[in-house]
Design a protein around this ligand. Structure first.
Ligand code: ADP
Ligand code: MG
Ligand code: MG
Length: 875
C-alpha cells in the first residue's frame, strides 16, 4: 500500500492540521458538521515536503493520486473537469499548519478554457459571469503560476474601462470581458513564449506546484521568521469546487468575525460585496458593506450565516474568522479559523470566554500570544497635544495605537529610513504582502483603499502596529511621492500622525505617550502568574526603567548595567581622568569622584525596587568607549585634563584593539585596575546599607555580578577585591548584611568549567548575547550583514540573537546549569540576554529549570505570560 498524500474533505477533521494544514483541517471539520462547504480534497503537507525533498518535482505517484481524487470529487459534485456541458471549476488554495494570511497564493476558477467558458456561459445563461471568471483565472494563473506582474493586467482592465467610459469592473459586459481575456492571453504568450495552457489537468498540476513553491517565496519566509514558523512544516494544497459570488446581484462574497477583532466586543463583525469574488473584499478595490446590512438585503442568508457563526464559535470555543460566498441566494462556507485580533481584543475575548463558561482560566492563559501583549504597552497620543491638534482627515480605525513619524511611500523607503534611525509612517494606496517588511518597521500605516479586513488592516493588527485604512479623500501619487489631504500637501519626510483607535489623521507631529493598561490586563496576568514557576526580572539601569518594569510585574532586576552610569556630565570627565592617569593613586583619586554619583544611583534604584532583588553588573565595556574620537573633542579633552594632545592621542592609541568585543573588557578591566571593582563595591554596599537603614523591611541583599569570566581564578581574583572591600564596609557600619557575588556565564569556557566556577559563585546569569556571539564566532554588530544570506539559503531560520539557539548555545546553558548545580545545589540561575523576553527562549529556560529570566521592561508581561504557558505546556 503506497503512502497516502491526498484526502477528501470528508476524510479529515480539525485535529489533522499538521497533515492537512489549518484551512484543510477546518474545511474537513465544517464538512463533518454538515455545513454547506463546496467539496474537494487536500494534498497534504507531506506532499509539499516531499516535493522539496525530491528536488522540486511532484512525483508520478502523487500526480496519479491527485487524478484519482479529482475523479472522486467529480462524482461528489456531479460535474466534470473540462466538460463544457457541466464544467467543474476549482479553486487551488494554500494552507499551512499555522495561518499565514495572504502569504501564499490562491487561484480561482481553474478548469476554464475557450471551450469550457462557452459551455459555462450557456449552462448558466450568464455570459458576463463566465467571462468575468475566465479573465480572473487567466490573470491569477499568470500571476501565481508564471509569476507575471499583476499590474500589466490591471492596466489592460483600466484601459478597457476608460474605453467604455465606466468606473467599476462590474460595469464591463460580457463582450468587454471576452475581449480582455484575448488581450490577457496575448500578453501571456508575449511574455512566456507559449500559449496559455488549455488542458485543465495541466492547469491543476501547475497550480499545485505553484502553491508548493509559494511556501518558499520571500514574503512567506519573512512572515515565518517573524512568527517562528519552521520551514520544515510545508503547506498543504486545497482543491475545492468553485462557488460563484460573481454570478449576479443575488450573489456575493464576504468575510466576518464572530467578535470584533479590534475590541473583542461580542457581535458579528464583517464585510461583504455583492457580485464579487473572494479576493475583491480583502483587496479593497471596491468598498464593501457592513455584514449587518446583509440582514436587510438577504435576511434568510444572513440568519443562516449568523447561526453557523455561532455554532462554529461554540465548537472551536474561540472567536472565528470566516469566509463565505453566496451563489444565487445560497450560502457556502469557504473557511473558518481562530481569528487574528488585537491584543486588547485578545484579552477581552479570553476574559469573556471564561466568564461565559466556555473555557477555563488555564485555557484562557494559553489563548493569548505573549508577543501580542507588546501592543498593549505601546504608545498613545499625549492627551494635551492631541487636544491642540486638529485632524485633517478621518478613515477606518483599522489597528489601534498612536503613530507619529515621517511620511514614506514605499516599504523599501520605510526600511531605509528606519535603518537610519527615523520614525516613519508608511502611506500607500493599498498594501500587499510584498510590503510586509516595511510595515513591520513603520510606526503606523495609512492606506487610501481598503476596509477593516484589508491586507493593511489585518497585517497591522497582527503586528500590533497602528493602522488607519481606506482614506478615500487622499489623492496620492506614489511614483512622485506626495499626497494631498484636507487641502494640505505632504511629501516624503513630512510629519504626520495617525490614531489607529479613532481613525483620525493629523498633518503634524503629535507626541505620543506610553500606553494605559485596561482592567482585563491585571486579571488576565493574575491568572498567568498563578501558573508560572519561572521568575521574571528586568534589565534596567535607571530608576525610571526600573519603576516601569515593576509596574509591568517585574520581580526584581536581573541585570543592572553600570557603564551607563559613567557617561553623564561630570562622571565622564572623572572616568577619562582615570583612564589617562598612570598610577593606581591617580586612578583612585579620579574614581573617588565617581563614587558618590554611582552610590546615589544605586540608592535610587533600591528605593524604587522596595526590597525586590537587584543584580548589579560591574563595568563591562572596553575603555576606548569612554574616550573621544573626533579631533576637536580630543583637543578639548586634552585641555581639560591639562595634558598635551599628543599625550592624549598616545593614551587613546594605546586603547585601540583589533577586536574590542574580545579585548580588554569585563572582569579583565578589574584584573588590571582593581580600583574600579573596589569603587563599585563601595557604591553598591554603601547604597544598600543606606537604604536598609531607611527601610529595614526591604532587607536588601546586594547581588554583585562579575562579567566575562572564563576562568575560576579570574573570578576569584575579582571576588577577593569585592569581599575584602565589602566586609570592611559592613563591619565599619556595624550592621549585619548579607551580600552575594556571582558571575555572568557568557564565555563558552565558563560554561564548560561551570562546576569549578560555581565553587566561587553564589549565582549564574547567562549573558546569552555574548554567549551567542562567542559560540557562533560572529559578532552581533556585524552579523546583520550576512545573516540574510543565511536565511535565504535556509542555513538559519531565525536570528540567533533574537531567538536562543537551543540546539547549540542552549546546550551550553543547560550543561552549565547542571554542572554549576552539581557543585552548589542552591545555585541560583537566570538569563539576562535579549532572549529573556522571547517566548520560545523563555519556554526553554523553564524546561531546563532556570530560576528566572530577565528582559527589558516592555517585555516583562510577555515573559510572564510565556513563562505561564511554558509551565502549563510542560506539566
Ligand atoms: P487566503 O489564505 O489568502 O485567505 P484563500 O485560499 O482563503 O486565501 O482564498 C482567497 C479567496 O478566494 C478567499 O477570499 C475565498 O473566499 C476565495 N475562494 C477560495 N476558494 C473558493 C471557492 N471554492 N469558491 C469561491 N471562492 C473561493
Ligand atoms: Mg490569498
Ligand atoms: Mg482565506
Amino acid at each position: 500500500m503506497s503512502h497516502k498524500y491526498v484526502y477528501l474533505f470528508s476524510e479529515g477533521n480539525k485535529d489533522m492540521r499538521e497533515l492537512l494544514g489549518g484551512k484543510g483541517a477546518n474545511l474537513a471539520e465544517m464538512t463533518l458538521a454538515g455545513m454547506p462547504v463546496p467539496q474537494g480534497f487536500t494534498v497534504s503537507t507531506e506532499a509539499c515536503t516531499k516535493y522539496y525533498d525530491d528536488g522540486k518535482v511532484i512525483v508520478p505517484e502523487i500526480e496519479n493520486e491527485i487524478k484519482e481524487y479529482l475523479a472522486k470529487m467529480e462524482e461528489i459534485c456531479g460535474k466534470k473537469f473540462g466538460d463544457p456541458k457541466n464544467p467543474l471549476l476549482v479553486s487551488v488554495r494554500s494552507g499551512s499548519r499555522a495561518s499565514m494570511p495572504g502569504m501564499m497564493d490562491t487561484i480561482l476558477n481553474l478548469g476554464l478554457n475557450d471551450v469550457v467558458v462557452e459551455g459555462l456561459a450557456a449552462f448558466t445563461g450568464n455570459a458576463r459571469f463566465a467571462y468575468d471568471s475566465y479573465r480572473r483565472f487567466v490573470q491569477m494563473y499568470s500571476d501565481v503560476v508564471m509569476e507575471m506582474s499583476k499590474s500589466e493586467f490591471e492596466k489592460l482592465i483600466d484601459a478597457m474601462k476608460e474605453k467604455k467610459g465606466v468606473k467599476m469592473d462590474t460595469e464591463l459586459d460580457a463582450d468587454d470581458l471576452k475581449e480582455l481575456v484575448g488581450q490577457f492571453k496575448a500578453l501571456y504568450k508575449g511574455k512566456m513564449g507559449s500559449d496559455f495552457p488549455t488542458e485543465p489537468f495541466d492547469q491543476l498540476m501547475g497550480a499545485v506546484k505553484a502553491v508548493f513553491r509559494s511556501w518558499d517565496n520571500p514574503r512567506a519566509n519573512v512572515y515565518r521568521r517573524m512568527n517562528d514558523i519552521p520551514y520544515s512544516w510545508g503547506t498543504a494544497v486545497n482543491v475545492q469546487a468553485m462557488v460563484f459570488g460573481n454570478s449576479g446581484d443575488n450573489s456575493g462574497t464576504g468575510v466576518a468575525f464572530t467578535r470584533d477583532p479590534a475590541t473583542g466586543e461580542k457581535k458579528l463583525f464583517g464585510e461583504y460585496l455583492i457580485n464579487a469574488q473572494g479576493e475583491d473584499v480583502v483587496a479593497g478595490i471596491r468598498t464593501p458593506s457592513q455584514i449587518s446590512h446583509l440582514h436587510d438585503q438577504m435576511p434568510a442568508v444572513y440568519d443562516e450565516f449568523a447561526a453557523i457563526a455561532t455554532r462554529l464559535e461554540n465548537h472551536y470555543k474561540d472567536m472565528q474568522d470566516m469566509e463565505f460566498t453566496i451563489e444565487n441566494g445560497k450560502l457556502y462556507m469557504l473557511q473558518t479559523r481562530n481569528g487574528k485580533r488585537t491584543a486588547a481584543a485578545a484579552l477581552q475575548i479570553a476574559v469573556d470566554l471564561v466568564d461565559e463558561g466556555m473555557i477555563t482560566e488555564e485555557e484562557a492563559v494559553l489563548r493569548v500570544d505573549p508577543k501580542q501583549l507588546d501592543a498593549l504597552l505601546h504608545p498613545q497620543f499625549d492627551a494635551k497635544a492631541l487636544k491642540a491638534a486638529k485632524p485633517i482627515g478621518k478613515a477606518l480605525a483599522a489597528s489601534p495605537g498612536a503613530a507619529c513619524g515621517k511620511v514614506v511611500f514605499t516599504a523599501e523607503a520605510a526600511k531605509e529610513w528606519h535603518d537610519k534611525g527615523e520614525k516613519v509612517v508608511l502611506v500607500r494606496l493599498e498594501t500587499s504582502p510584498e510590503d510586509i517588511e516595511g510595515m513591520a518597521v513603520a510606526q503606523g500605516i495609512l492606506t487610501v483603499r481598503g476596509g477593516m479586513t484589508s491586507h493593511a488592516a489585518v497585517v497591522a493588527r497582527g503586528m500590533g502596529t497602528c493602522c488607519v485604512s481606506g482614506c478615500g479623500e487622499i489623492t496620492i501619487n506614489e511614483e512622485e511621492k506626495h499626497f494631498e489631504l484636507g487641502g494640505q500637501n505632504f511629501h516624503e519626510g513630512d510629519y504626520i500622525s495617525l490614531d489607529g483607535t479613532t481613525g483620525a489623521i493629523y498633518g503634524e507631529a503629535v507626541p505620543t505617550v506610553e500606553a494605559a493598561i485596561s482592567g482585563n490586563f491585571d486579571r488576565f496576568m493574575g491568572w498567568a502568574d498563578s501558573y508560572r514557576t519561572l521568575k521574571v526580572r528586568t534589565n534596567a539601569d535607571n530608576p525610571k526603567d526600573a519603576a516601569q518594569a515593576v509596574k509591568y510585574g517585574a520581580e526584581g532586576i536581573g541585570l543592572c548595567r553600570t557603564e551607563h552610569m559613567f557617561f553623564e556630565g561630570e562622571r565622564i570627565k572623572a572616568i577619562r581622568e582615570m583612564i589617562v592617569s598612570k598610577t593606581a593613586e591617580g586612578r583612585a583619586t579620579a574614581l573617588a569622584k565617581i563614587l558618590p554619583y554611582q552610590q546615589g544611583d544605586f540608592e535610587e534604584m533600591y528605593r524604587v525596587l522596595e526590597g525586590r532583588p537587584m543584580t548589579i553588573r560591574f563595568l563591562d565595556p572596553p575603555l576606548h568607549e569612554f574616550v573621544p574620537t573626533k579631533e576637536e573633542d580630543i583637543k578639548e579633552l586634552a585641555d581639560e585634563l591639562k595634558i598635551t594632545v599628543t599625550e592624549l592621542k598616545n593614551v587613546i592609541a594605546g586603547l585601540h584593539e583589533f577586536n574590542p568585543m574580545m579585548g580588554h573588557r569585563g572582569c579583565r578591566l578589574a584584573v588590571t585596575y582593581p580600583e574600579i571593582a573596589a569603587m563599585q563595591t563601595t557604591a553598591v554596599i554603601n547604597a544598600a546599607l543606606t537604604v536598609n537603614k531607611e527601610h529595614p523591611e526591604y532587607n536588601i541583599i546586594p547581588e554583585i555580578m562579575i562579567p566575562l569570566v572564563g576562568e575560576i581564578k579570574e573570578l576569584k581574583f575579582v571576588k577577593d577585591i569585592v569581599t575584602s572591600t565589602a566586609n570592611k564596609l559592613i563591619a565599619d557600619a556595624g550592621i549585619e548584611m548579607e551580600y552575594h557575588v556571582g558571575t555572568m556565564i557568557e564565555i563558552p569556557r565558563a560554561a564548560l568549567t561551570a562546576d569549578e566556577i560555581a565553587t566561587e559563585a553564589d549565582f549564574f546569569s547567562f549573558g546569552t548575547n555574548d554567549l551567542t556571539q562567542m559560540t557562533f564566532g560572529f559578532s552581533r554588530d556585524d552579523a546583520g550583514k550576512f545573516l540574510d544570506s543565511y536565511y535565504e539559503n535556509k542555513i538559519y531560520e531565525s536570528d540567533p540573537f533574537a531567538r536562543l539557539d537551543q540546539h547549540g548555545v542552549g546546550k551550553l546553558v543547560e550543561m552549565a546549569t547542571k554542572l554549576g548545580r552539581s557543585a552548589r545545589s542552591d545555585l541560583k540561575v537566570g538569563i539576562c540576554g535579549e532572549h529573556g523576553g522571547d517566548p520560545s527562549s523563555v519556554e526553554f529556560c523553564h524546561k531546563i529549570g532556570l530560576n528566572y529570566v530577565s528582559c527589558s521592561p516592555f517585555r516583562v508581561p510577555i515573559a510572564r505570560l510565556a513563562a505561564a504557558q511554558a509551565a502549563l505546556n510542560n506539566k
